[in-house]
Design a protein around this ligand. Structure first.
Ligand code: ATP
Length: 328
């Protein structure tokens, strides 16, 4: 993500000012809003994503991630807001946007009684693609599916199904790839391989916006956006999001440290305390107040730590306003 503004920055080489090039924003949406039955489920969400970057979209269940993705790819019309996707108007050029975006939904519709290759051929037809046979062969090769092309999709493990779904989503060579919780329920090895593929696609120039609940996946994104109750609460690199939260953390290690959470949580200056393996994480806005709150537990060794992304997200969510109430 980026501010989208050209700015004068000092040149490292000459010492003189130079104009930083306008970043190539392929997603630039502002104030997107969607209501369902009187309830605002996406509330003035703005998002900018630069070409070739991987943006992680995080937030609790029901926070509006899928709804936002569907507005960005032209499947859903916003009730308010505007924007451009690949330079195309989000409202007036939805058909053109759809053709240039790949979208892998949570429950991807693969045909279980067709083989891998037949599934891809089907999607090639749906997109009206030329050179169907070559494209399918390339996709099978590129995503490591060539040796399994005759296997029935229904017999694949979760990880291979995701890989096939990804192959189908990029068959028409979209410039933007929207992934909605693509690795839910997939084992760590398969998730890692899936993410390696995402990075390969991004290196090839594809822009990826991916929703996830996994913190390790957030760490693999260039930038992240955090939404709760329909509102965008934080955007930027992980370092920027952590710093922007204003949260400080103490890590406590030693005998029984992991059992102290309930005794520390709720003390002045403590936003939250949670076990972290055999250690404990205590977070709050002021490090001196945190040290005071844990001072009596002197059998535990305390040291300042970087708040985890999870700490930051829970803190942000607790401070956000619940939108589950329907407007009168
Ligand atoms: N077509 C619809 N009609 C009515 N309500 C809807 C519709 N689509 C989504 N919602 C509601 O909007 C809210 C946001 O849903 P959305 O699926 O966008 O959230 P999400 O962040 O993707 O959640 P999850 O992480 O569980 O997938 C939810 O409360 C959902 O029930």
């Amino acid at each position: 993500m980026s501010s989208g503004e050209a700015s004068a920055v000092p040149s490292e080489a000459s010492g003189g000012p130079r104009l930083r090039a306008e970043p190539d924003l392929v997603i630039d949406v502002r104030g997107l809003t969607k209501r369902f039955g009187g309830r605002t489920v996406v509330d003035e969400v703005s998002l900018q994503v630069a070409r070739g970057s991987i943006c992680g979209f995080l937030g609790p269940n029901g926070s509006g991630k899928t709804t936002t993705l569907r507005m960005i790819c032209g499947l859903l019309i916003p009730d308010a807001g505007e924007g451009e996707v690949l330079g195309l108007d989000l409202r007036r050029q939805r058909g053109a946007i759809k053709g240039r975006v790949g979208y892998m939904t949570q429950k991807f519709g693969l045909f279980s009684d067709l083989t891998i290759a037949e599934n891809l051929e089907f999607f090639a037809r749906v997109h009206g693609l030329d050179r169907r046979r070559e494209r399918v062969a390339e996709a099978l090769e590129g995503l490591g599916l060539a040796t399994r092309s005759d296997q029935l999709a229904g017999k694949l493990s979760g990880g291979w199904k995701q890989r096939l779904a990804l192959a189908a989503a990029v068959l028409h060579e979209p410039e933007i790839l929207l992934l909605d919780e693509p690795t839910a329920g997939v084992d760590p090895q398969a998730r890692r391989e899936f993410w390696d593929q995402i990075h390969d696609l991004a290196q090839g120039g594809m822009t990826v916006l991916v929703s996830t609940h996994y913190m390790d996946e957030a760490e693999r994104c260039h930038e992240i956006a955090y939404i709760a109750y329909g509102r965008m609460l934080a955007r930027g690199t992980i370092g920027e999001v952590v710093a922007g939260s204003g949260l400080k953390a103490l890590m406590g290690e030693g005998p029984g440290a992991d059992r102290l959470a309930s005794r520390i949580e709720g003390r002045p200056g403590v936003a939250m305390a949670a076990p972290f393996g055999t250690a404990i994480h205590v977070c709050g806005p002021d490090i001196a107040a945190l040290r005071a709150a844990v001072a009596e537990f002197d059998t535990v060794a305390w040291h300042e730590a970087r708040p985890s992304l999870e700490d930051v997200f829970i803190h942000l969510m607790r401070g956000a306003e619940d939108n589950s109430v329907v407007a009168a």
